[in-house]
Design a protein around this ligand. Sequence first.
Ligand code: TRP
Length: 333
Amino acid sequence: MTEKKIVFSGIQPTGCITIGNYIGAISQWKILQKKYFCIYCIADLHAITICPEKYILNKNILDTLSICLACGIKPEESIIFIQSHVPQHAQLNWVLNCFTNFGELKRMTQFKEKQYSNKNVNIGLFNYPVLMAADVLLYQTNKIPVGKDQIQHIELTRNIARRFNSIYGNIFKIPETIINKNGFCIKSLLNPKKKMSKSDINTNNFISLFDDDILVKKKINNAITDSDNPSIIKYDLYRKPGISNLLNILSNITGISIKKLEVELKNETYNDLKKYLIKELCSFLKEIREKYYFYRKNEKYLNNIIFSGAEIAKKYANVSIDKVFNAIGLYKI
Ligand code: TRP
C-alpha cells in the first residue's frame, strides 16, 4: 500500500461548518497530510440518517468538498472522496452488523441524544457507528483524528475489529484515535459550558465559515464574557470559561500560543480582546471564503477530484472486502 501510516477521517455534508468544526477537525486534517497517507471521506451515507431534503443534500456534498479544499486538503497528497461512491462501505457495514451487539449500540451516547431530538428514529441512526467502523476498517487505518464526541464510536470500532480478528485471524488493523492537541473543543459563544454546534437553533451561538464581517462582529460582541473579578485576560476554564473560549479561538486562527496572547493582552480589556478577535476572524474567514468560491465554481474540477478519489479508494477497499468475504466463507467464483 504505502510506507506512511494511514489516517482516515470523515465529515458529514451538513452544509454549515463552524469555526469549531474547522479548529477541531479540518485544520488538523490539513496538518496530518504532511506526515501520513490521509484518506478523507465526505460521509453522505451518514448524512441521510437524518433524512435531509434531496436538493439540500446534493448541494451540501460539493459545498463540503469545496470547504475542505479551501481549508487546505490537497488532492495531490491525500485521497478525498464521497462515501456513497465506494459501495464497499455499505458492504462491510452489513458484515460488521453481524458482529455488533444490539446492547453495544444502545449504549452509544450520541444515539441516545439523537433519539430524543429526532422525530424519525430510523435504524440508520442506530446503525450509524457501525458504518463508521466500516469506513475506518476498510482502509486498514492506523490513526483517526476525531472530536471528543466521536471517541465512543471509535472505541466501538476497535471492539468490533478485535472481535472479528479473534474469530478469523488478523484481518483488521486496530486503529487509534488522534485527539486534536487543542482538543478541548470550541464552545458556544453564549453558553461556554456547551460545545459550539452548527445545529444550535440560536445561530448567535456559533460562527460559521460563511458569516460575513457584520455577523462576526455582532456575534463576538454578544459573546459571554465572565463576570468575575478582576477582569484580566487569562486562560482559566473554570473561572473564565467565556474568555478562555475566545482566547482559544484566537490562538487557533492566528497560531499564537495562549500563553503569548495572555502576555500580549495583559493590560487590555475584554473589549480589546473582542476587537482583536473580530479583526483576525474577519480576515481569516475572508481568505477561506475566497478560496471556497474559487473551487465551488469549478464543478468539473471537483468532479475530477472525487472521481479519481473514489477510484483509488475502491482499490484499497476491495483488498479488505476480499479478505473479509474469504474469512467468513462467502462463496467466490
Ligand atoms: N460521524 C463523524 C462525525 O459526524 C463523521 C465520520 C463518518 C467519521 N465516518 C467516519 C469520522 C469515520 C471518523 C471516522 O463527525
